[in-house]
Design a protein around this ligand. Structure first.
Ligand SMILES: Cc1cc2nc3c(=O)[nH]c(=O)nc-3n(C[C@H](O)[C@H](O)[C@H](O)COP(=O)(O)OP(=O)(O)OC[C@H]3O[C@@H](n4cnc5c(N)ncnc54)[C@H](O)[C@@H]3O)c2cc1C
Ligand code: SF4
Ligand code: SF4
Length: 414
């Protein structure tokens, strides 16, 4: 057994990332993203899903296939064994103090989206934002102006399926920026192979270093500490308004609760992420033009108190590098030097994970389970870097798979 052969198998074996690409391919009459019993966004599939739609969805599905950056003829971009292609590496932040303050880290993602909208290079940004009707949840949104972009700043630590919003955007014919997790970007690149509208419309794919997706149950537990049920919450901001900023909850009857980012991570977010993320072959955004992350340096990689908001910024493609340089010249962002060794000290979890994930995937294979087929992710070089921990990770995942601990139930079609 190698790749999964159906969407049901992707979900059942714990390989679904919840990106929404299958829903984009099949449309809402056949697939809708819904919260699963475990609290993740998974495809609810109609009984009459057409075989050709399932085949097309699987070709882009990050549970079955993952890709790196499309080839750039004539371009030579240096490649680091851990961090992948690096056309430019820098620290940076948005020059606009409001964007910097409100954003998740330094606001570079939002500042670059603003620059592309203002210049007319892009007409829309497909991203995710809080669902106003159910603010613990996220929904895809198409931002057309600075107000909408600013309403979507910050990290949404929970299920979010940006690609579910792709089809209406493509139908509009607008040139667009895509912001999503690394798995979302890989799915978009693979969708582009069958849908020429993506290649024609996509101006830039921007991602972030991704530690993984926690269940909606974690958000419910966070607000539950203050006696609130999900329906009683008017707003939840995980971080931002300072870096990382406090977690802030507003209830529908006007009460406000805050807890530190450390508290949120220690008590809630660190507890559980979906199995897919533990075996993720690309949490560093290898298919994106540009990737942002946090840029603080601590012993364990967590913030421990507020810092001035800075991003680590990885430009992977030459188009990504050109956008960074243009935005710096126009005074939209501020950049400072950053080396690979310092990036590793800022992001120790990603260095560790890049090295051990190949062994975990091998553990799954040896347990007779499917794994995604990967292209252009440099997994062999990454595995060499993590060779000392190969056996422990291989055996751990093998056991977990044999005991069925990666198994997941799909949401029902209703
Ligand atoms: C699930 C998750 C895991 C993360 N893991 C790491 C990590 O391991 N290391 C690290 O340094 N930082 C991590 N972050 C934080 C992220 O890296 C920072 O948000 C990043 O530095 C971008 O900062 P910014 O200030 O430029 O972004 P902003 O300007 O605040 O923009 C953030 C953008 O991300 C989009 N977005 C937010 N949440 C999601 C989501 N769940 N799915 C898709 N798009 C989303 C928003 O729509 C917005 O466009 C994570 C964030 C999330 C949501
Ligand atoms: S990973 Fe994405 S495309 Fe694959 S089943 Fe899950 S939501 Fe659908
Ligand atoms: S860790 Fe990987 S699979 Fe999980 S959300 Fe991030 S990019 Fe997607």
């Amino acid at each position: 057994m190698t790749r999964p052969h159906s969407l049901a198998e992707v979900v059942e074996r714990g390989l679904c990332s919840g990106c929404g690409a299958c829903a984009a391919v099949a449309g809402p009459a056949a697939i809708r993203m819904a919260i699963s019993p475990a609290g993740y966004l998974r495809p609810a599939v109609a009984p009459d899903l057409r075989a050709q739609d399932e085949t097309a969805a699987l070709a882009a599905c990050p549970g079955a296939n993952l890709t790196g950056l499309p080839e750039e003829p004539g371009a030579t971009v240096p490649r680091d064994p851990v961090w992948g292609p690096l056309a430019r590496l820098a620290r940076g932040h948005a020059a606009d103090p409001e964007v910097r303050f409100r954003s998740g880290s330094g606001g570079v993602i939002t500042a670059l989206c603003l620059a592309l909208l203002d210049s007319g290079a892009a007409e829309a940004v497909l991203q995710v934002a809080a669902d106003p009707a159910a603010p613990l949840r996220s929904r895809p949104t198409v931002s057309l102006d600075p107000e909408a972009l600013l309403a979507a700043v910050g990290a949404r630590y929970g299920p979010a399926a940006p690609l579910e919003g792709l089809e209406p955007l493509l139908a509009s014919g607008r040139r667009f920026v895509f912001v999503g997790k690394p798995c979302d970007v890989s799915a978009l690149r693979l969708l582009a192979r069958r849908d020429p509208r993506i290649g024609q419309g996509l101006v830039m794919a921007i991602s972030f270093l991704c530690g993984g997706v926690p269940s909606l149950e974690i958000a419910r537990a966070v607000v539950g500490r203050y006696g609130l049920a999900e329906e009683q919450v008017a707003a939840l901001r995980w971080r931002g308004h300072g870096c990382p900023g406090a977690t802030r909850i507003e209830s529908r009857d006007g009460a406000v609760f805050e807890q530190s980012y450390d508290e949120t991570w220690g008590d809630a977010l660190n507890q559980e992420i979906q199995f897919r993320c533990k075996v993720c072959p690309d949490a560093v955004g290898l298919a994106a033009d540009l990737v942002c992350g946090d840029a603080w340096v601590t012993e364990d990689g967590y913030a421990h108190g507020d810092h001035p908001g800075w991003n680590a910024v990885l430009a992977r493609s030459t188009a990504g590098r050109a956008l960074l340089e243009r935005s710096e010249a126009e005074g939209r962002i501020v950049l400072a030097p950053l080396g690979v060794a310092e990036l590793g000290r800022m992001q120790p979890h990603h260095v560790e994970r890049r090295g051990v994930v190949p062994a975990r995937l091998l553990g799954l294979r040896l347990a007779g389970q499917p794994v995604p087929r990967t292209r252009g992710l440099g997994l062999l070089r990454a595995a060499w870097a993590g060779r000392r921990r190969l056996l422990a990770n291989l055996l751990g995942t093998f056991r977990r798979a044999r005991l069925g601990r990666n198994r997941e139930a799909s949401p029902r079609w209703e």
